[in-house]
Design a protein around this ligand. Structure first.
Ligand SMILES: Cc1ncc(COP(=O)(O)O)c(C=O)c1O
Length: 353
C-alpha cells in the first residue's frame, strides 16, 4: 500500500514524469482519469480551505468532458452524458469554448467572446473561485472540439493574474496526442497549476493516473495537525505493477523512436485533413497533432448507425461521437496503414448518400 509508504517504481516514475513536465515537482498517484480530476478539484478546494478561505466555485468550458465521478461530472455537466444526475451535481459556471476547424471565418469573433465571458466572470467572482478546469487544445469525448494554443494561453494568463488556480485535464491529450508530449507544451511562459495525466501513461496497458502540481500548492497541506492533510487514497494508488508498466512504456517511447512516429502521424493527419475538405459529405474538418476529426454533413441517426456498421465491416475500430468521426491512431500505426484506413473511411462515407 501507498499510505505512508513508497516503492521504487513509483519514485522512478515520478522522476520520469517530472522530467516530461518540468514545471511541476509533486506527483499524486491514482488509478483512472476521473479520479485524477477529482483529486485536482479536491486539492484546489482544500488549498483555499487550509488558508481559511471559502472558495468553492469551479469554472469549466461548455462541452467539456472530465470523467464520471461526481466532481468530474459536475465540471463536465454540459458534455451531454449526465442528465439523470443534474440535481446531484454542484453548481459550476460554464464558459463558451471557441471550437474551430479549417476555414472557420468566425474564429476571432468566438475567441474574443469567450475571453470576454472569462474576464466578466473573473471580475465578479475570482475571490469565490477555487479553480478553472480545461481540456487543453482538444475537448475529447464530447466531440473532438479544438481550440488554438493562443486561446489556451490567454485563459491561463487571465486566471493567473486574477489569482484563480487552473487545472489542465490532459487525460486524453497527454503523451504526444496533440503533437507535443503534453498539450501544455504549446504554451509560452505560463503553466497551469495542475496537470492530470492517464490513458497513455502506461500505453493503455494497466490502469494508472497522476495529478501533478507545484510546491506552492503542496506547501498549503504541510502542518503539524492532520486537519490540513489531503486524506485521499485508494487501494490501487500507485500500484507497483502499473508504475512498472508506465516506466516500460516510457522506455518504448524512447527506444522505438516514438516522437518520430508521432511526427509522421501528424504529417499524415494534416495531409488527409486537406483531402477530406473536398468531400461533399464532410464538414468542419479539424486536426491537432495525431488527432483528426470531422462532422458528417446533414446525416441522421440511422445513417450514422449505418456508417458505424460499414467502418467495422471494413476492419476499422471507429466510434463516431454523434455525427463526429475522429481518428486517434495508436503510435505503432504506420503512415501506409493510416492511408489505407482513410481510403476505407472515405469509401464508407461515400456509400451513405
Ligand atoms: C479528457 C478526459 N478527462 C477525463 C477522462 C476520464 O478518464 P477515465 O475514463 O480513465 O476515468 C477522460 C476519459 O475519456 C477524458 O478523455
Amino acid at each position: 500500500m501507498f499510505a505512508g509508504f513508497t516503492h521504487e517504481p513509483a519514485i522512478k516514475l515520478a522522476e520520469s514524469l517530472l522530467d516530461i513536465a518540468p514545471a511541476y515537482n509533486k506527483v499524486f498517484f491514482t488509478d483512472n482519469g476521473s479520479t485524477a480530476i477529482e483529486v485536482a478539484l479536491k486539492i484546489a478546494y482544500q488549498y483555499w480551505h487550509n488558508q481559511g478561505k471559502n472558495r468553492s466555485h469551479f469554472v469549466a468550458f461548455e462541452g467539456a468532458y472530465h470523467g464520471d465521478t461526481f466532481g468530474a461530472m459536475a465540471v463536465g455537466k454540459t458534455s451531454g452524458y449526465y442528465d439523470p444526475f443534474f440535481d446531484l451535481l454542484q453548481e459550476v459556471t460554464f464558459l463558451p469554448f471557441p471550437a474551430t476547424w479549417m476555414g472557420d471565418h468566425a474564429l476571432e469573433e468566438k475567441e474574443t467572446a469567450a475571453l470576454k465571458a472569462l474576464d466578466d466572470y473573473l471580475n465578479k467572482h475570482a475571490l469565490e473561485t477555487a479553480a478553472l478546469i480545461i481540456e487543453p487544445l482538444v475537448q475529447g469525448a464530447s466531440g473532438m472540439a479544438m481550440c488554438r494554443p493562443s486561446f489556451l494561453e490567454a485563459v491561463f494568463k487571465r486566471c493567473q493574474a486574477a489569482g484563480v488556480l487552473t487545472i489542465a485535464d490532459e487525460i486524453m491529450t497527454g503523451f504526444g496526442r496533440t503533437g507535443k508530449m503534453i498539450a501544455c507544451d504549446y504554451l509560452d511562459g505560463v503553466y497551469p497549476d495542475f496537470l492530470c495525466l492517464s490513458k497513455g501513461i502506461t500505453g493503455g496497458f494497466l490502469p494508472l493516473a497522476v495529478t501533478l502540481c507545484r510546491d506552492h500548492i503542496y506547501n498549503a497541506f504541510l502542518a503539524e495537525t492532520y486537519a490540513k492533510a489531503l486524506t485521499h487514497g485508494h487501494s490501487y494508488t500507485a500500484n507497483p505493477l502499473a508504475c512498472a508498466a508506465a516506466l516500460a512504456s516510457l522506455d518504448v517511447f524512447e527506444q522505438e523512436q516514438t516522437p518520430q512516429k508521432i511526427i509522421t502521424l501528424c504529417e499524415t493527419q494534416r495531409a488527409w485533413a486537406q483531402r477530406l475538405l473536398d468531400h461533399p459529405n464532410v464538414e468542419k474538418v479539424r486536426h491537432q497533432g495525431t488527432i483528426l476529426a470531422f462532422n458528417l454533413k446533414d446525416f441522421n441517426t440511422t445513417q450514422i448507425k449505418k456508417f458505424k456498421r460499414l467502418v467495422i465491416e471494413a476492419g476499422l475500430n471507429i466510434r463516431p461521437l454523434g455525427s463526429v468521426v475522429y481518428t486517434l491512431p495508436p503510435y505503432c500505426l504506420t503512415a501506409e496503414q493510416l492511408h489505407t484506413a482513410y481510403i476505407r473511411i472515405i469509401d464508407c462515407i461515400s456509400q451513405l448518400k
